[in-house]
Design a protein around this ligand. Structure first.
Ligand SMILES: Cc1cc2nc3c(=O)[nH]c(=O)nc-3n(C[C@H](O)[C@H](O)[C@H](O)COP(=O)(O)OP(=O)(O)OC[C@H]3O[C@@H](n4cnc5c(N)ncnc54)[C@H](O)[C@@H]3O)c2cc1C
Length: 403
């Protein structure tokens, strides 16, 4: 029987968001074509944190088991003062945390997560994957969308999802609000083998040292065989651009006031990858007819809540649910999807900026932060996370099987 579900949806971008969208659609029996500009489907070599809210979605997608097999489940989230080195606060992530949020907090190598999604996409007969195809133009034709590539190829689909990230081309067609906004924060990332980490920091924790206009993060990946290091500092020296090699001399200068363990860890790394962090203010509408956006293309956010990819995963599940609820009327489904998502994602975008200020506070603000966080009990801390990690009414329906 011919069904609207057999008419493919085009997904521009094969990052974490685009691949999850393909899997969420397949789970509902909907065919899709993923189009990726890079020569191959791949992710950068760094870690990513996944909150319980992402795992709630992975359960709906049948992905808990493969992801859990490669993830590290840290024992604690620990924040230190980066100048004194003293512990400010600690949130245990064991039984009480899992009991409250029903799912764990995890750390995983991005390439591992991306590979799991890619393998599942490859196994589905509803998902087609094309790399080395950059979409440069769109055309709406009677009840369909055509996406045109830089080398003259056309893809036709019943609808189109722009999952093409922070520098989204599709957003230009749908929203047209120009480039994202540099936050004035620079991130350096590196991954080190366990042997190069001082003994006392070969831990099973997500630890970070917060200081004035800087912070430093350290956590294990791949059963502790690797450690992920992230150093962030304020600088307006860079306008935009990402994924280039960083300048270690600038990094050491910015972190000169931090405690000895942070400086010792920074000194271990010879080669860092650098990102200029950008985000956008939240918007309410990111769909136009049969075209919509997902993940960073729709609501790019700073990394301070570790939620950009988690939000893309939630988007994917919500969007597939709405396509089914609206019985293949994609324009209606995309309106319902953005209506269900914009306050949630907008809240995370805004809170991520606030957390960035909070982590990088100096003077009295820093003292106040340490006092407030230091006097919390683990229960207080978890209560404060309920809005982010707790169940979302829109995202709890069961459904489907990957074909
Ligand atoms: C330093 C840092 C730390 C972070 N830490 C976390 C964390 O701990 N937890 C978390 O959840 N999130 C985190 N994030 C955010 C997370 O990385 C992003 O939100 C997430 O990767 C976005 O996924 P996406 O699929 O929307 O976009 P992307 O991952 O950017 O994927 C977009 C894809 O589209 C492709 N593309 C772009 N344009 C075109 C085109 N015209 N045609 C075809 N293909 C195209 C790109 O090549 C790319 O593969 C962090 C981000 C940063 C910068």
């Amino acid at each position: 029987m011919t069904s609207w579900k057999n008419e493919q949806v085009l997904i521009v971008g094969g990052g974490l968001g685009g691949l999850t969208a393909a899997l969420a659609l397949a789970r509902q029996g909907i065919a899709s074509q993923v189009i990726e500009q890079a020569a191959a489907f791949k992710e950068i070599g760094a870690g990513i944190q996944l909150g319980p809210n992402a795992f709630r979605m992975f359960e709906r997608l049948g992905l808990i088991e493969p992801i859990s097999a490669l993830a590290v489940f840290p024992e604690n989230l620990i924040m230190f003062d980066s100048i004194s080195g003293e512990e400010v606060t600690r949130i245990p992530l064991g039984d009480a945390f899992r009991k409250k949020f029903h799912y764990p907090y995890a750390l995983i190598h991005r390439a591992d997560l991306h590979n799991i999604l890619l393998e599942h996409c490859r196994k589905s007969n509803l998902i087609s994957l094309d790399a080395a195809q950059k979409i440069v133009d769109l055309e709406g034709t009677n009840g369909a969308v055509t996406a045109k590539t830089a080398n003259g190829k056309d893809y036709r689909g019943a609808a189109l999802i722009g999952a093409d990230g922070l520098w989204s081309t599709i957003r230009e067609f749908v929203v047209g609000d120009g480039k994202p906004k540099p936050a004035g924060h620079i991130t350096y990332r590196a991954v080190l083998p366990r042997d190069e980490i001082p003994e006392q920091y070969r831990w099973w924790n997500m630890g970070f040292w917060a200081g004035e206009k800087v912070h430093f993060v350290l956590y294990p990946l791949r059963t502790g065989e690797l450690y992920n290091l992230v150093a962030v500092f304020h600088s307006n020296r860079y306008e935009e651009g990402w994924d280039s090699y960083g300048d270690p001399a600038e990094l050491h200068e910015r972190f000169a006031q931090t405690c000895a363990p942070v400086r010792a860890l920074l000194a271990k790394i010879e080669s860092w990858r650098m990102w200029v962090l950008c985000d956008r203010a939240p918007i309410k509408e990111w769909s136009c007819g049969r075209i919509t956006l997902l993940g960073d293309a729709a609501h790019p956010m700073l990394q301070y809540l570790g939620q950009g990819a988690c939000m893309a995963v939630e988007d994917a599940v919500c969007l597939a649910d709405k396509a089914v609820e609206m019985d293949g009327d994609y324009a209606a489904a995309f309106r319902a999807y953005q209506a269900a998502r914009y306050l949630r994602t907008g809240r995370v975008q805004i809170m991520a900026r606030i957390y960035g200020e909070f982590y990088h506070a100096g003077g009295v603000a820093k003292e106040l932060r340490n006092l407030m966080l230091g006097s919390r009990t683990p229960d207080d801390a978890m209560a404060g996370m309920e809005w982010l990690y707790g169940e979302q009414k829109e995202l709890t329906r069961g459904g489907g099987k990957t074909n």
